[in-house]
Design a protein around this ligand. Structure first.
Ligand code: NAP
Length: 525
């Protein structure tokens, strides 16, 4: 009998499997069931990782009670052996026994890895399948390769679902996984995704390529696979239940991107404006990988961050003259003709907050730094008639920038003699801590001090500026304005500025609280 004709999917289809299966672990049965209970209200699809328990057999009574009490919940039982990447150290026979008992306790799906299945007799697997639907699974913890070949081996064993999990080491590996899903999902009931930080594309978009569902963790601290997103992120941030063929894909590309605030702010904006789109963090270790991925997915819009803001320029079909002059692009849009156009919205990020406070023409503005962000600020403000002074650690860089826009450079000793309408910090000094400042207290003589750094929200420079009686503008404002401009370029809609600001401020606050709590825990230990 072929794997397809043997499929149990019709039996499960009326249950309408949700797209996110939440993985439940626990050090003992009580802890595991307690977690399941706390999830039961908002999650109807759970995977019990019985291999995380020292004695899985002790869980069945509680599992049965849980299933009886929550008949609406579909559950998967998994008891992955250590040799296949799990924690269970028993034999294949005891693994089968545990799965059989888990089905008797109410689990409707049983996950068995290929390595175990090939050691079983057909009759043993048939018995298991007579009790519950079988997910035959295969994991590659190193790479994404030979997917067709792996599936070929798997379908020789009748099962209800075939789950293929690989590891993405490049963004393009997601493309490989999704093409694989598209090719075979008509014939087989597949679950496919790539693990690893770079696998997020397949975790979110795999469902539209043909994966029946994907997996989400309960929380940041309880991830069971590298790169796993939390169920909450998959549903609220990425709105995975709504992802369909028309969903436009956006992302922030750079190296690193793990701590980028952009997915939070952009997905919130897309949701608020009811744009059918999803925004992902794309960890691109090379520009070549990123470009290949942009074409294949295809990606509609990108925020470009370090280290590709300059290098991306020569790969774009066009850029506006402003971006060409700045020599750095932080926004890419794919037009209807498929061509890639580049923009720089950091300028809007600097100009918009200042426009709201001062008359830019003829304002006397000091810019600290001469890198990409400083260039965006200097060009944008000069274009609007400001009088610009540049101070940079490397004088030659300051001179080069000043020469290109007819601005002036100054040397640090001259600072004490000068005062400005605005001082803008476009260096990373003060980032990540509150001790460093690019200026000393007696060098701050300005009405406004604008720090481009947004983490921390209140840098040492801003604290000193307040003490000097200046008004301060935080990098958060710049971040939101440049993101809002990106949103407008991509969607043609006005950005929900207030919502974006709220999301970023909350995110930064949460991170600060988490860091403080980690620090205090590490001191206690
Ligand atoms: P960049 O191109 O690497 O330029 C960095 C600039 O800072 C250079 O001029 C460099 O001087 C100077 N610099 C670096 N380390 C320094 C130090 N220890 N002391 C004094 N000067 C130093 O970086 P960028 O892309 O322009 O970004 C600059 C800052 O703006 C970063 O903190 C970034 O996070 C922030 N930013 C914020 C936003 C936002 O939305 N809020 C947007 C863009 C950028 P040399 O020429 O001597 O190397």
């Amino acid at each position: 009998m072929s794997a397809t004709s043997n499929n149990y999917v019709p039996r499960l289809r009326p249950l309408r499997l949700p797209r996110v299966c939440v993985v439940v672990t626990g050090s003992d049965p009580e802890a595991m069931i307690e977690k399941a209970e706390s999830l039961a209200r908002d999650n109807t699809f759970l995977e019990f990782r019985l291999d995380y328990l020292a004695k899985p057999a002790l869980a069945f009574n509680k599992l049965k009670q849980f299933s009886e009490y929550h008949p609406h919940i579909v559950s998967v039982a998994t008891c992955r052996r250590a040799t296949s990447g799990g924690k269970f150290r028993g034999s294949v026979a005891s693994q089968l026994d545990i799965l059989a008992k888990a089905s008797a306790a109410g689990c409707q799906l049983l996950d068995l890895e290929l390595q175990s299945a090939i050691q079983c007799k057909a009759s043993q697997l048939e018995r298991l399948r007579s009790r519950a639907a079988l997910i035959l699974s295969s994991h590659n913890f190193r790479a994404t390769k030979n997917l067709d070949h792996t599936l070929e081996k798997m379908v020789a064993i009748p099962a209800d679902f075939y789950k293929i999990v690989s590891t993405a080491t490049t963004l393009s590996d997601n493309v490989v996984m999704m093409k694989f899903l598209e090719k075979h999902s008509d014939k087989y009931s597949l679950i496919g995704l790539c693990m690893g930080e770079q696998g997020i594309i397949s975790r979110v978009l795999g469902v539209r390529a043909g994966s029946i569902f994907t997996f989400g963790a309960i929380s940041e601290d309880e991830k069971t696979a590298p790169g796993q997103a939390t169920a909450q992120e998959l549903r609220s941030t990425y709105r995975i239940e709504q992802v369909d063929a028309a969903t436009r894909v956006y992302g922030v590309a750079g190296d690193p991107v793990t701590h980028s605030l952009s997915p939070a702010i952009m997905n919130a904006a897309l949701r608020r404006e009811t744009v059918n789109g999803v925004y992902l963090a794309l960890h691109a270790q090379t520009l070549k990988d990123l470009l290949a991925c942009i074409r294949d997915i295809p990606i509609h819009g990108l925020s470009i961050t370090m280290p590709y803001k300059e290098a991306i320029l020569r790969h774009l079909d066009n850029t506006d003259s402003h971006t060409t002059k700045i020599g750095a692009c932080n926004t890419v849009v794919r037009a209807q003709d498929g061509k890639l156009y580049g923009f720089n919205t950091d300028t809007a990020g600097v100009v918009r907050p200042l426009e709201q406070r001062i008359t830019i023409p003829e304002a006397k503005i000091l810019v600290l730094g001469a890198g990409g962000a400083a260039r965006a600020a200097v060009y944008g403000l000069k274009e609007r008639g400001a009088e610009i002074y540049i101070l940079n650690r490397t004088l030659a860089q300051a001179r080069k920038l000043a020469h290109s826009v007819r601005a002036r450079t100054i040397k640090r000793p001259d600072l004490k003699k000068l005062s400005f309408d605005v001082i803008i910090n476009a260096t990373p000094v003060g980032m990540g801590n509150t001790r460093d400042s690019p200026l000393n207290q007696d060098e701050i003589k300005a009405r406004y001090v604008f720090d481009m750094i947004y983490d921390p929200a209140e840098t040492r420079l801003l604290k000193m500026a307040r003490a000097a009686g200046a008004e301060v503008i935080s990098g958060i404002e710049m971040f939101v304005h440049q993101a809002a401009r990106q949103f407008e370029i991509w969607t043609g809609k006005p950005a929900p500025w207030d919502e974006m600001l709220r999301v970023v401020a909350r995110e930064i606050e949460d991170r600060a609280a988490k860091t403080a709590s980690n620090n205090s825990n590490s001191k206690k230990n």
